[in-house]
Design a protein around this ligand. Sequence first.
Ligand code: SF4
Length: 305
Amino acid sequence: MSYRSASEHYKEIFGEKVYRIALDAGCTCPNRDGTKGTGGCIFCSGSGSGEFAADGRLSITEQMAFAKKKVEKKCKSHKYIAYFQNFTNTYGDEEKLKKKYEEAISDPEVVGISIATRPDCISEKMYAILEELSQKTYVWIELGLQTIHEKTAEWFRRGYPLSDFETTVHRLAAIKGRLEIIVHVILDFPVETKDMMLDTIRYCSHLPIQGIKIANLNVLSGTALAVLFEKEAFALMELNEYIDLLCEAVELIRPDIVIYRMTGDGDKRHLIAPLWVADKRNVRNRIASEFSARKIEQGRKYRPC
Ligand code: SF4
């Protein structure tokens, strides 16, 4: 079998390699500001799961210039996706956010925009802004689902029910424009069985989404999860167990869905567990070798659903 990777997807759309530059729109999150909760999801770092975003005190143009310089040190690139990554990037004054999105796409080297958010934070006005945006450029909306199981969602304090997610996916899918939906899923919650984790993947495969980001659960210092981990010392998967599960998950994913990520990507400086995540090259190599042993190949051609 084969799977569809982000680099292939970008190459098909843009004809070359495209880099995502992480930006900070200055948003907060309803799960932190008291609207839904104050502590946030238990695994969320103080930066709102956006450790690699540029300094939010700078304008979007300044952040992009800074981020581009970093990319250019490694490679020559002329196409970028502006990635509004940390906290909830559709939450706040819609007009101000619209200006930030437009500032990002006004850069001639920016070929698309990716907006990470929660499904319970897209207002009617925001749906209209996203539709307008998707008629000007490529738009990816990233929704943090993590699991379909309400008990797990309570455990990590997600703060919205699955029904909110489902409604939002269908609303976004009805937008007329170049808009794709990416869903974030976590595979190794210690309160779930393997079957429960794979049920989340099966469920996602039946939705009108175009992308998925899969991660293992990272315990980062300074989070509520770190406190719980210290207290309960729950087990997290070893690398070989995780890769085994990942292979099963990939085999369940609908052929047209792009897999954007396969492991967690937290800041190494704050990583408490599992420590195997820190050696990215080893993780990449081990995944590649297991995929090759199971004949799971990159290169699935685009077949719109
Ligand atoms: S919804 Fe996102 S930003 Fe908000 S607390 Fe959870 S992980 Fe953090």
